[in-house]
Design a protein around this ligand. Structure first.
Ligand SMILES: *Cc1c(COP(=O)(O)O)cnc(C)c1O
Length: 459
């Protein structure tokens, strides 16, 4: 299994390198040199597997000689035994559509599904190599908690998490800052998520710094996260078990990571019909897909903070695909986006996008109305992100089996949920203690040197 960068496909990388680096040195994203397609017979045999077995098959097809299949199985068993659902996810019927609950992991959002696996990949690798590394990651609220839970207490790794100061929910913050293990460091940056993400990118491209601290990244561009997320598209598709009607997914999106994982499943041969890219008011992807104008706007704060993003990093993988793997073209488009903040998608490429994707956008008021409606009709409480996924199927009409990805547990966003249903949603008993626990985090300016020297001092 060989990988290349979307901005220079002349060099090859192993899964090992791809997973540890996260981002390519040229600023591009790693993608497989070629993707193996499952045929009908193989899909049929995969459809009979439980979640862990299925994960083992799918993930193994990407990991090359990083890990023997049997060791991978052990890691998958360990990663997914911390979930509250035996098969990790749950699929429930709600009115005319299905909801795929992805939030049964330790930090109550879908990010646990990839991150638990990554934490154990690091442990496996570092134990073998007797090496140590430092993870630096930006979070819009959920990645940080999931990464901290997966890395806390592990030998040979420190984790530094940058979150936008005062722009994440209280529960999101406390899930990160009440962790006691001394390899965990929380930094609240005076800025928004895009600022945090930009700081991490700058640290990576500062080779002197990133090499000196053996920096590694777990942001949603990390290929290992994408493959772990592809698994639940397969799993849900097989649960539906209906060859007669198309299967569509609506995916609440910020960084285009989760929805790209679904698109990858389709590229691997899973006959999914369409994906709805469901956004909040930070609707750069909705504007791109509906009008062909990818134009970076100003990030606004919404009640769905994990999607308050204006630079959808994983979109570069789709751009590479649309240009049939032309690395030079991809590089020049990415440069244009960086310099001008704008990219007009050519008509023929936009048509290609529309074969696989639709899009929608919802504002705060519409999100609240959706939570209220679903609660009053079906007695189900959606978190604001999942509500965006749900509401998308009312805005984009698709025939068939419609599956909404529920990306977070409603108790993670109690204030937004209370606005809608006048009821406070409680944390699970096992997590109630975080509300009174002492918090540890440092507030810092949006300044590269300042944060770099903090990190150097701590390691
Ligand atoms: C991260 C996150 C999203 C967006 O996922 P992307 O991979 O960035 O598209 C949606 N909902 C929740 C709850 C999240 O934490």
């Amino acid at each position: 299994m060989k990988y290349i960068s979307t901005r220079d496909n002349s060099k090859e990388f192993s899964f090992n390198q791809v997973f540890l680096k996260g981002l390519a040195d040229d600023g591009g994203l790693f993608v497989p040199k070629s993707i193996k397609k499952f045929d009908k017979k193989k899909l049929n045999s995969l459809s009979r597997l439980n979640y862990k077995e299925l994960a083992n098959e799918i993930i193994y097809s990407f990991t090359g000689n990083f890990i023997p299949k049997n060791n991978l199985k052990k890691i998958i068993d360990k990663s997914y035994s911390v979930f509250r659902e035996k098969n990790v996810v749950d699929l429930i019927q709600v009115g005319d559509r299905k909801i795929l609950e992805l939030f049964h992991g330790p930090t109550l959002a879908f990010k646990d599904i990839a991150m638990q696996l990554l934490g154990n990949f690091y442990e496996y690798y570092l134990t073998k190599k007797k090496d140590n590394i430092n993870i630096v990651v930006a979070t819009s609220g959920d990645t940080g908690a999931a990464a901290i839970d997966a890395i806390k207490g592990k030998k040979g790794i420190n984790i530094f998490v940058l979150h936008p100061y005062n722009r994440i929910s209280l529960v999101q913050r406390k899930l990160m800052t009440t962790i006691k293990e001394n390899n965990v460091f929380n930094i609240a940056v005076k800025g928004n998520f895009d600022d945090c993400q930009n700081l991490v990118k700058l640290m990576f491209t500062d080779k002197q710094f990133s090499n000196s601290i053996k920096m590694s990244g777990v942001n949603s561009i990390n290929w290992a996260r994408i493959i772990a997320q592809s698994v639940y598209y397969f799993y849900a598709y097989f649960l539906i078990n209906d060859d007669t009607r198309p299967v569509n997914f609506s995916v609440p999106t910020g960084n285009f990571g989760d929805v790209y994982a679904g698109y990858l499943a389709k590229k691997m041969g899973l006959p999914i019909n369409k994906f709805i890219v469901a956004t909040n008011q930070n609707d750069i992807l909705h504007r791109a897909i509906s009008n062909g104008v990818y134009e970076v706007g100003k990030a606004v704060e919404t009640i769905s903070p994990s999607m308050d993003i204006q630079v959808a990093s994983n979109f570069e993988r789709l751009i590479y695909d649309l240009n049939n793997g032309d690395d030079k073209k991809t590089r020049s488009i990415m440069k244009k986006i960086k310099d001008k903040g704008k990219y007009i998608i050519e008509k023929n490429k936009l048509n290609k996008i529309k074969l696989n994707f639709d899009s929608s956008s919802m504002n705060n008021k519409q999100i609240i109305e959706t939570i209220k409606l679903v609660y009053s009709k079906y007695n189900i409480v959606l978190d604001p992100h999942s509500a965006i996924g749900y509401g998308a199927f009312d805005r984009v009409k698709l025939e068939g089996n419609n599956i909404v990805l529920a990306t977070a547990h409603p108790c993670k966003f109690p204030d937004a949920v209370k606005l809608a249903i006048k009821k406070k949603h409680e944390l699970p008993n096992s997590l109630k203690y975080i509300m009174t626990e002492k918090e540890n985090y440092e507030i810092m300016p949006n300044n590269l040197q300042h944060i770099q020297s903090y990190i150097k001092n701590k390691i």
